[in-house]
Every structure is written in structure tokens, then in C-alpha cells.
Design a protein around this ligand. Structure first.
Ligand SMILES: Cc1cc2nc3c(=O)[nH]c(=O)nc-3n(C[C@H](O)[C@H](O)[C@H](O)COP(=O)(O)OP(=O)(O)OC[C@H]3O[C@@H](n4cnc5c(N)ncnc54)[C@H](O)[C@@H]3O)c2cc1C
Ligand code: SF4
Length: 333
């Protein structure tokens, strides 16, 4: 478990450190990485602490975009006047994470890049015992998914056919996907951008190359648009069983303009777009009845195998109506 700890002061230094041999991991707030190290799900040779790079900690707004530096804490996001006013879904998602103590440390990039969570992988108090008594799962280079063997429960995905059934754990990713946000990655000689909705591979891992670092997140400002995020969690410190972020715009006549963007967390390995419900609302417009009607389009093809799945589906429909109603009321605020 021993590793070398390095705290560079500039991005240039980070890029040269990323070229060193062995496994190198980036550290921001440390609330996920240190847990991973303790749980032996990663064993880095070197840990590069990014917190010394002040240039990555900012919230800037322009006429058409909000830019958030990778090291911005969730607490700063939740308290920022501009985020609360124009991008309340993002403030609500940040505030939904764990406790204030954790949000004082945890950063936006760390939240997006955190490791998946699964009781058979890294979430159990009796993990050491479980590791000895259960064969390693696919994510630990084993040959089984225990979640698939034991049947679906409320902590796992209900959509998608990946070998792993752990859902995307980041609340912030769900809000950012609905807001049409993008992530900027930088390597020594290149910069690229990816929409947050496309950030995760089919197995739920963020698409980050070993020589890259997330530097900022950009959120476009949409006119006459309202947005909101809501989540259902089992208790304090729990991850969302299911969450919904909605972003909707209204034209002059009160009809929906542009496509509504509604994403769900807790159901798939990536932020899951409610395509059918969005198309229905685009055609029919917004009203309390139509929102209720649209919620029926969610999971129409999901097989409800047990009460956990049934509860998750019902909860998702309730949250869908709540998030959309909140976003609708915020249009033009
Ligand atoms: C008790 C508890 C409850 C939680 N509940 C929730 C919850 O309800 N919802 C939720 O969304 N999260 C939850 N979390 C997870 C928490 O939000 C994350 O641990 C936190 O956001 C990670 O941020 P960090 O800055 O501490 O990341 P770190 O732990 O420092 O890093 C996490 C990962 O991101 C990578 N990384 C960090 N910065 C960068 C960068 N700039 N570029 C590239 N890679 C980077 C690291 O290498 C590492 O792999 C919970 C965590 C705990 C401990
Ligand atoms: S869902 Fe299955 S493969 Fe994925 S971490 Fe859990 S047990 Fe492992």
C-alpha cells in the first residue's frame, strides 16, 4: 500500500509526472481515491496531489457559458450565487452529495471520475471478510458478477447489458448531462472536450487517458430555460438509489422550445437519457397531466423481476415528475 506522494505546483509538472513508469493516480479531495487505496481496488506507485494548482480552482461566467475549474469543491458549487441562480440543478446535485464535511474537500472532477460503487466491490463494512469468502467479481479481474447471480437489488442497474451492474455513482454527472455540459481534458500537447453524457464507457469507467487530466467543465447558458435535480437516497451518506435531472426551455407561447433534456442516475452505467419521455413532451407540450403521462414512457421495456426493481421504477417515475415540475416552474425566473 506504500506509494510516493508528490504535490506539484503547475500543470506542466503534472504532465511530466504522468510519464513516469508504474501506476500513477491523480489526487484531488482524496475522498474517493484514499478509500479506493484502502480497499485495495487501486494500488498506485505514485499519487500526484493536484490541490497545489490554484489555477484549476475557479467558477467563471460569461454571457453564454459557465466554466468550473476541475478543483472547485462541491461546497463552492452549492454556495455559488451564479450556479444557484442559473444552474440550480448543479447546485442541487452538489448539495445532495454526502455531508458538508466531505463537500468541503470533494471536487467536481473527482466526483465525475470516482470509482463505481457496489456492495460486492468496495462498499461493504465487511469487505475483507467478503473478499475472502466470495470469489472476485469481474471488476476485480474475476469471473463472476455477484449482483447478477444474487438478482437485481436497488443498488444496481436496471438498464443495459454490461458485464457489470454498478450504476454511475456521480450525482453531479446526472445534472451536468441534463445541462448539456462538457468536460475539458488536457495532456501535455493536446486538449479535447467530451460531453458529460458521453463521458463514461459502456463499463461505467470515465474515458480518461493515462496522460490526461480534467481541467474544467463548461456549461452552456440556455435562454428561458429551467432546470432541477432530485434524488432518492436510503439515508445519510448513501448514494442515490435513483436520481433525475431535468432541463427544459419554453418558447413565447409557453410551448417547449428545443429538446427537453432529462437524465436519470442509479439505473444505468452512464447517465441515462429518458428519450421516449423527452420526445413525447416535445410533441405534446408541458402541463401537469402531460408530465404524468410522460413518466409512463420511462422503462416501458424494463423487466420488473422483483420488488426492489418495482420500487426503483416507481420512485424514478415520482422523481421524474418532481424534477420536471420544478424545472418548468423555474423557466424564465
Ligand atoms: C460517505 C460518502 C458518501 C458519498 N455519497 C455520494 C453521493 O451521494 N453522491 C455522489 O455523487 N458522490 C458521493 N460520494 C463520493 C464523493 O462525491 C466523491 O468521493 C468525491 O466527489 C470525489 O472527489 P475528490 O475530489 O475527493 O476526488 P478524489 O478522491 O481525489 O479522486 C477521485 C478520482 O478522480 C480522479 N481525479 C480527481 N481529480 C481529477 C482530475 N482533475 N483529472 C482526472 N482525474 C481526476 C482521481 O484520480 C480518482 O480516481 C460519497 C463519498 C463518501 C465517502
Ligand atoms: S456489479 Fe458485479 S461486476 Fe460490477 S462491481 Fe458489482 S459484483 Fe462486480
Amino acid at each position: 500500500m506504500a506509494f510516493e506522494y508528490i504535490r506539484p505546483a503547475s500543470l506542466e509538472e503534472v504532465f511530466s509526472l504522468l510519464k513516469l513508469p508504474g501506476q500513477v493516480k491523480l489526487l484531488a479531495g482524496g475522498s474517493d481515491l484514499l478509500w479506493q487505496i484502502r480497499e485495495h481496488t487501486v494500488s498506485p506507485d505514485r499519487v500526484i496531489d493536484l490541490k497545489g494548482i490554484a489555477a484549476l480552482d475557479f467558477i467563471r461566467e460569461s454571457a453564454d457559458t459557465l466554466e468550473v475549474g476541475a478543483l472547485t469543491t462541491l461546497r463552492d458549487l452549492e454556495r455559488s450565487a451564479v450556479v444557484r441562480q442559473s444552474f440550480p440543478a448543479l447546485a442541487e446535485a452538489a448539495k445532495a452529495v454526502a455531508s458538508q464535511k466531505l463537500r468541503n474537500r470533494a471536487t467536481i472532477a473527482g466526483n465525475l471520475c470516482q470509482k463505481l460503487k457496489c456492495p460486492y466491490f468496495n462498499q461493504s463494512h465487511i469487505n475483507l471478510f467478503m473478499r475472502e469468502s466470495l470469489a472476485p467479481c469481474f471488476k476485480r479481474k474475476g469471473r463472476v458478477c455477484h449482483a447478477a447471480v444474487w438478482g437485481n437489488d436497488s443498488a444496481h442497474t436496471i438498464i443495459g447489458k454490461s458485464y457489470c451492474k454498478a450504476p454511475v455513482p456521480s450525482d453531479v454527472a446526472i445534472a451536468l448531462a441534463a445541462l448539456g455540459a462538457s468536460v475539458e481534458f488536457r495532456a501535455e500537447n493536446s486538449t479535447r472536450e467530451l460531453m458529460v453524457k458521453d463521458l463514461y464507457r459502456a463499463d461505467g469507467e470515465p474515458q480518461l487517458e493515462p496522460d490526461e487530466i480534467v481541467t474544467k467543465i463548461g456549461v452552456p447558458r440556455r435562454v428561458k430555460q429551467g432546470n432541477a435535480f432530485v434524488a432518492y437516497k436510503g439515508g445519510p451518506g448513501s448514494f442515490a438509489m435513483v436520481s433525475v435531472a431535468a432541463s427544459v426551455g419554453l418558447g413565447e407561447t409557453g410551448r417547449i422550445c428545443g429538446d427537453p433534456d432529462i437524465y436519470l442516475g442509479g439505473v444505468a452505467q452512464r447517465p441515462y437519457r429518458a428519450d421516449n419521455a423527452c420526445s413525447f413532451l416535445r410533441a405534446e407540450g408541458l402541463s401537469a397531466d402531460m408530465i404524468e403521462e410522460a413518466s409512463r414512457f420511462l422503462f416501458s421495456d424494463v423487466e420488473v423481476t422483483n420488488n426492489d426493481v418495482l420500487f426503483k421504477v416507481a420512485k424514478a417515475r415520482d422523481l421524474f415528475c418532481e424534477a420536471l415540475t420544478k424545472a418548468w416552474k423555474r423557466c424564465g425566473e
